[in-house]
Design a protein around this ligand. Structure first.
Ligand code: ATP
Ligand code: MG
Ligand code: MG
Ligand code: MG
Length: 427
């Protein structure tokens, strides 16, 4: 049985296969905290019941030794996970060497170098299970709304949004790049399939160290034909609420392990506040920040803005100059575009970037020229405006940022099994 399902095995004899997280013994009784990847369980082996030989074996179990425990499950509120096994059988699969990660505090670098082992600790495992739940929730959300999953290519011939953060690869003598967004392909797929999403790895050669940027991360990107900015924002709001609800329902143990303040998550309900970039700049000025209209927000700015709200907040209508070339200008004010970022509460910053795309061929050609992008590389993309162009919108949600927020983590490095960070790719 899996430890997470022990509640349905009370009174039954089961076998749990796992690894020793902790073991302590007295002369007559041994307590084994076993982990199996789904949770922790306490096994109790009493010398009189298991016999001399087996009891002797149990005492040899070091941390991370692999073992199968058999016994009867009973409810035990004082024990980890709320259930306990009265051990009647014990089979040692392997005895672990001296385990480097102990129950004491370790430094950040040490943990990073031992990431392959660090992920076994209950906190890290809880984060990764929540990550998995979020991924499933997102996929279900789109599936239930008839979106088609359309994967965008990872190797691309040109950049979506400028070349500064691109990883270049040698494509048999030709220059290729690792995808930093599926955006342009998503638009093509949306014109073919109506409503689509892709969910894939994204690569950005970020050049500064922050708590929010990885060099490889996962982004779920949706693109919808016939959606304007408002419809786009509403969909995002619905999606975030769906995911939060799912994590609250399915990951109670994990959230407890992480000591996440779940009241803050329970408060996430639609509608989320919506403010314009210009209004956000006002909030910064009121807070005493020196900020010039037209600049992009940095992480500290986003924190100041989001601290005004205890829900995620949409900031819309950014200056055109700081957004991608394909963003549609606001017909009421050409200085700004019909784009919106979603800032997570509690200072977690931008988790979604999205907007309505330019649907007019001539304007798009003009923007490509203004951004000094090679038009030839975008001819296929311009075809989307030549053949049946329609208003359309989309967005990209950063999975790791979302995990960091929902788990209440300080740093994005804990949100993915093997983070890729500046000057760090081992293990
Ligand atoms: P930021 O302003 O924080 O650098 P961005 O505006 O460059 O983010 P977008 O291009 O809008 O990011 O990408 C969409 C989403 O992808 C972001 O809202 C964020 O959630 C996520 N994201 C962007 N860059 C990274 C990164 N380096 N590591 C992890 N997630 C990222
Ligand atoms: Mg960025
Ligand atoms: Mg941004
Ligand atoms: Mg953005």
């Amino acid at each position: 049985a899996l430890i997470k399902h022990l509640s349905s095995h009370v009174g039954e004899q089961v076998t749990v296969q796992g690894w020793v997280y902790n073991q302590r013994s007295s002369g007559k009784i041994t307590f084994i905290i076993l982990r199996d990847g789904s949770g922790l369980m306490q096994g109790v082996a009493v010398k009189q019941e298991v016999g001399e030989t087996l009891f002797g074996e149990a005492k040899k179990l070091t941390q991370e030794s692999a073992v199968k425990l058999t016994g009867i499950i009973r409810e035990e509120p004082r024990s980890v996970g709320g259930y306990e096994m009265q051990v009647t059988g014990l089979e040692i699969v392997s005895i672990a060497e001296d385990y480097p990660i102990t129950h004491k505090e370790h430094g950040v670098d040490f943990l990073a170098e031992h990431r392959h082992l660090w992920i076994r600790t209950p906190r890290q495992a809880a984060v990764l299970r929540i990550r998995s739940e979020i991924e499933h929730a997102l996929r279900n959300f789109f599936y239930e709304r008839d979106f088609v999953l359309a994967d965008a290519p990872i190797i691309t011939p040109a950049a979506c949004e400028g070349t500064t953060n691109l990883f270049e690869i040698d494509y048999h003598g030709e220059k290729g790049y690792l995808s930093q967004s599926g955006q342009l392909y998503n638009e093509a797929n949306a014109m073919a399939l109506g409503r689509i999403y892709c969910f894939g790895p994204t690569f950005r050669a970020e050049k500064s160290k922050t708590r929010r940027h990885l060099l490889e991360f996962w982004m779920i990107e949706a693109e919808m034909a016939y959606f304007d900015l408002d419809a786009n924002i509403e969909l995002q709001e619905e999606m975030i609420c769906y995911v939060v609800q799912r994590v609250l329902n399915k990951c109670q143990n994990e959230l407890k392990t992480l000591e996440r303040d779940i009241e803050k998550l329970k408060a996430i309900k639609p509608p989320f506040p919506r403010i314009s970039y210009t209004e956000a700049v006002e909030l910064l000025k009121q807070a005493g920040e020196e900020f010039t209209w037209g600049d992009d927000f940095g992480a500290p700015h986003e924190t100041i803005i989001s601290n005004h709200f205890n829900a995620p907040v949409f900031v819309h209508r950014y200056p055109a100059a700081i957004k991608a070339f394909y963003m549609k200008p606001d017909p009421d004010n050409h200085q700004v575009v019909l784009g919106a970022d979603l800032l997570a509460p509690e200072g977690y910053g931008e988790i979604i970037g999205g907007g309505q795309r330019i649907d007019d061929l001539a304007l798009l050609e003009q923007r490509i020229a203004e951004h000094k992008l090679p038009q030839a590389a975008f001819e296929w993309y311009l075809d989307l405006r030549r053949f049946g162009t329609v208003p359309h919108s989309g967005f990209g949600l950063g999975l790791e940022r979302t995990v960091a927020w929902l788990c209440g983590l300080e740093h994005i490095r804990e949100t993915i099994p093997f983070p890729r960070m500046l000057h760090k790719m081992y293990p």
